[in-house]
Design a protein around this ligand. Structure first.
Ligand code: FES
Ligand SMILES: [Fe+2]
Length: 367
């Protein structure tokens, strides 16, 4: 046998992820799902508590374990804007500073707990994670969804989906053109990606068995603003009606091997339908998109993290999205410019999303 004929089996490298979570805004749920009743949240390798202040009406997020003797503050109660520990009734302000100990003459200087920066926007509650404990980066604030505030769209229909793997698997999806056929039974007519700073976009035109009908192409523009807040705008056809939806596929890490997805759907109301009919459509669409998403989960549940994938020429730019994503795990001062510079990549050349939307508009005005 010649030396060239002997082919060594490839070894998959499974990186051990350090205990570190991406810097940026993460969605914790719909803002109106938080009240003055403290809510326990297990994220970023620890336990958090979220509650709405009685006086300021704002949602506050604190570390949940009390520095005094370790009780769980999510089992406590809200008084004004502060949270009372259930064990010895120390009171913790929204800024994390202890503001009262009912039986002490002096509050210890060390009685400070981590208070997480929060943001209420687009009907969602966001929390800022930062391994360097820095303030939120102003340019990375999620953009305002005019559609959410317009009254022409339904509210988010939200589901929380737990997944047992590292959240980079979800981010890989942005460039994984080749999985749409085998996993989602959809055909890809065009597929491209674009990155700029903290933003990464996937543009796709295709067909989909569940999410559109007939020869009406499905268009999809999926945008990450930062490491975890992802929204997708999709157009297609359902029950003979054109539909436009916004999907929220926003994850938050539980630890380095688990994450939750806050999966939301918002649909443009069809003015020819009643509110009830519109709600039925968004509910049906939500079920279909969760079914489609289950197909990804089935794969993730049974695969390993592969840090040196053998890629072929038809694959999407998996390494491009991985490099872009790695910026959020680095210290702010050490991010190389090449990770954030503007870049585009076309994997499948074909009709663009803009061209398809213009054609659809022309068709509907002609009809
Ligand atoms: S453990 Fe919280 S007040 Fe004592
Ligand atoms: Fe997928």
């Amino acid at each position: 046998m010649t030396a060239a004929a002997k082919r060594e089996p490839y070894k998959i490298i499974k990186k051990e992820w350090p205990e570190r979570y991406a810097r940026g805004w993460h969605v914790l749920g719909k803002a109106d799902s938080f009240s003055a009743e403290p809510q326990m949240l297990e994220y970023f390798g620890t336990r958090l508590v979220a509650y709405r202040g009685e006086d300021d009406g704002e949602i506050h997020v604190l570390d949940a374990y009390c520095p005094h003797m370790g009780a769980d503050l999510s089992k406590g109660c809200v008084k004004g804007n502060s949270l009372l520990c259930p064990f010895h009734a120390w009171s913790w302000g929204a800024d994390g500073v202890c503001d009262d100990i009912p039986y002490a003459k002096k509050i210890p200087d060390k009685a400070v707990i981590k208070s997480w920066p929060t943001l209420e926007k687009n009907g969602l509650l966001f929390v800022w994670n930062d391994h360097e404990n820095g303030e939120p980066i102003p340019e990375q604030e999620p953009s305002r969804s005019e559609d959410y505030y317009s009254g022409e769209w339904t509210d988010w229909v939200m589901n929380r989906i737990p997944i047992k793997t590292h959240c980079r698997e979800l981010v890989d999806n942005m460039c994984d053109m080749a999985h749409f056929g085998p996993v989602h039974y959809s055909t890809v007519k065009s597929f491209s990606n674009e990155q700029d700073g903290h933003v990464f976009v996937q543009y796709m035109v295709g067909g989909h068995e569940i999410l559109t009908e007939g020869d009406c192409p499905m268009t999809s523009v999926a945008t990450y603003e930062g490491p975890a807040y992802m929204t997708t705008t999709m157009t297609g056809m359902m029950d003979g009606q054109p539909v436009t939806t916004h999907l929220l596929v926003s994850h938050v890490p539980v630890n380095t091997g688990e994450f939750d997805i806050n999966f939301g759907v918002m649909m443009k109301k069809n003015p020819n339908l009643t509110d009830k009919q519109n709600q039925a459509m968004v509910d049906e669409y939500t079920q279909s998109s969760i079914e489609s998403f289950q197909q990804d989960i089935e794969i993730w549940d049974n695969k390993v993290l592969n840090d040196n994938p053998v890629l072929c020429d038809g694959d999407g730019p998996i390494n491009m999205v991985r490099k872009w994503y790695s910026q959020f795990y680095m210290d702010r001062d050490s991010i190389p410019a090449r990770l954030t510079e503007h870049k585009t990549h076309i994997t499948v050349e074909g009709p663009t999303v803009a061209e398809v939307l213009t054609q659809m508009l022309e068709k509907s005005t002609a009809a």
